[in-house]
Design a protein. Structure first.
Length: 68
């Protein structure tokens, strides 16, 4: 029996990356004293950019099976 991780859509992985990075960025900006509104807007925009970047460029091309 070969165990491996369950399959999931690449959009889900992109969304998880975007949410995690946006939350970390938001918390960092709050920690250094940037206002709540500014840090929220910048974190949301950065999260959207990260989502698009990972969605477009983050997926590996499938491997070709070798002929036996």
């Amino acid at each position: 029996m070969h165990l491996r991780a369950p399959s999931h859509d690449h959009g889900i992985a992109s969304a998880i990356w975007a949410i995690v990075i946006a939350v970390l960025l938001w918390l960092f900006m709050l920690g250094i004293g940037i206002t709540k509104a500014t840090s929220f807007v910048v974190a949301v925009v950065a999260g959207c950019v990260v989502f698009l970047y990972v969605r477009l460029y983050g997926e590996d091309e499938p491997r070709r099976k070798r002929a036996r």
